[in-house]
Design a protein around this ligand. Structure first.
Ligand SMILES: [Zn+2]
Length: 496
């Protein structure tokens, strides 16, 4: 039996809740359900009467009462529909379609569904070919052997814990769903889902690219409009996360004078088409850039996985068709080496904000941090940077050096070196003409958001743990959640 509970009658006239309930009551082996429905009606009736006695209780109370009264009934419907599905499942090995031997029927298990615990009876057998014990119905229903969580609960755990610490998720889950899940259950389940997500991502990223045959694209062009030329913008950055790698070993390691690594890089990137970046705001001086469609990458697994994932996302955003590819990042050498390697023809741009900070460092050393003199000194130089006169700035800094104190000389040396290394990436005039971003703000705000989740006081991660949660978050942001939780397609949006 397939169950689709209609969100509202006008959208899907059949099967209605009544027919479903009738079916359960009339044809079910479980005659108790009839009594359960009667009990639900009685309970609801009592709750509604109680509402009448409390004129001060508004719609919130009505909603809460109806919801709570219905939860038990929902649990019974879920249990019945699940059992029907299990009964219809072929008693074959889902991997090789071979028949099972040593079959045992009606083996019980409990499942944690969104509405409470439900009991399932299903067949169990040995596949000679695959040499494994199998519960075919568990597979069809999407149940795991290592967890009691139903698919909806699996999703709830993944969603909540990728967005907030498990202790917060615990309270939120109870309030929103009326379902009590402990923080350790939430964390453990999210971890399992994250590890599955890593496997799915691996498959996606490593799949061969399916480009349409040339003849087909040509034909399409003759008939339809040629694709509008566009610029693909890529931004890359990294931040660090604290891990507890050598659990219980650190004191020993320190005694042996071994280095204890705690902080590790999380590599992040984003890509979007320039025409999906729009500016909003009422005043020209206070415009904010908003990107309407974009892709994200975040991984703790290293630079090479970052590049593979970024390449995949860039392809999905039309890398092959892009007229221009623009990479914006700070001066980190690893980034530009990788860009030379993977996005050879891309235009490279140094984040203007980072470029400016080097001049500010000199100004603050020379004139006092934050002083009006520092501002006065730095202003014309910043203007030169904006106008692609970085060579002039380098000359001026070099000429100034003999008159500077030690700390200011050091800052000037750093600035000179930074500008020399990045000179070819400092074409900001061109950026303004083309209405392109001059900074990597889009990726920096993403990093900030991820850090809000993953760099809280007292938080320590394991490499396995942080990668799993980052992976879940990227599936969510990249709108591929349904690849992990296919039932999420049924999201009901009701605005009437
Ligand atoms: Zn098999």
């Amino acid at each position: 039996m397939t169950v689709y509970l209609p969100q509202n009658r006008s959208q899907s006239p059949s099967p209605s809740l009544e027919t479903l309930l009738d079916e359960i009551v009339l044809h079910g082996e479980d005659k108790l359900l009839e009594q359960d429905i009667a009990r639900w009606r009685e309970d609801l009736q009592k709750r509604l009467e109680q509402l009448d006695q409390h004129p001060e209780q508004g719609l919130g109370f009505i909603e809460e009462h109806v919801r709570q009264a219905a939860l038990q009934l929902q649990r019974l419907i879920v249990q019945k529909a699940m059992q029907d599905k299990a009964n219809q499942t072929d008693e074959k090995c889902p991997d090789c379609q071979g028949s099972l031997s040593h079959k045992k029927r009606r083996v019980p298990r409990w499942v944690d569904a969104y509405c409470g615990k439900v009991k399932l009876l299903r067949t169990h057998g040995w596949c000679l070919h695959c040499e494994q014990w199998i519960f075919p119905a568990d597979r069809v229903l999407g149940l795991r052997q290592d967890s009691t969580a139903s698919p909806l609960v699996q999703e709830m755990c993944a969603l909540l814990v990728s967005k907030m610490p498990a202790e917060q998720a615990e309270a939120l889950c109870l309030r929103l769903t009326g379902r009590s899940l402990s923080r350790s259950t939430l964390a453990r389940e999210a971890q399992r889902q994250g590890e599955d997500a890593i496997t799915v991502r691996q498959r996606l990223v490593e799949a061969p690219v399916h480009l349409p045959p040339a003849s087909k694209t040509k034909a399409a062009r003759v008939g339809g409009q040629p694709p509008e030329p566009f610029t693909l913008v890529i931004q890359i950055d990294a931040w660090n996360i604290r891990e507890r790698d050598h659990w219980g070993q650190t004191a020993k390691m320190r005694r042996r004078q071994q280095k204890v690594e705690r902080w590790h890089w999380v590599y992040t990137a984003t890509c979007f088409r320039l025409n999906h970046r729009v500016t909003k705001g009422r005043f020209k001086t206070k415009l904010r850039a908003i990107i309407t469609e974009r892709s994200y990458v975040a991984t703790r697994s290293g630079v090479e996985p970052l590049m593979k994932q970024l390449y995949f996302e860039a392809r999905a955003r039309g890398l092959a068709q892009a007229q221009r590819v623009l990479v914006i990042a700070d001066g980190a050498v690893w980034i530009w080496n990788l860009v030379e390697d993977r996005f050879k023809d891309a235009i490279q741009r140094l984040d203007l904000y980072h470029a400016n900070t080097y001049l500010w460092a000199v100004a603050n050393e020379m004139q006092g941090a934050g002083s009006p003199e520092a501002r006065r000194w730095v202003k014309p130089l910043l203007k030169q940077i904006r106008n692609d006169q970085v060579a002039n700035v380098i000359t001026q800094l070099a000429e100034l050096k003999p008159q500077l104190a030690a700390a200011a000389t050091k800052a000037a040396d750093k600035a000179i070196e930074y500008y020399q290394n990045n000179q070819k990436r400092m074409k900001y005039k061109q950026a303004r003409q083309r209405k392109e971003p001059v900074g990597s703000g889009a990726i920096e705000s993403t990093c900030r958001q991820l850090q809000c989740r993953m760099k809280r006081c007292g938080q320590f991660w394991s490499t396995r743990g942080d990668e799993a949660l980052l992976c879940l978050e990227m599936f969510w942001r990249n709108e591929r959640w349904e690849l992990l939780f296919p039932h999420a397609k049924l999201t009901a949006v009701s605005n009437n």
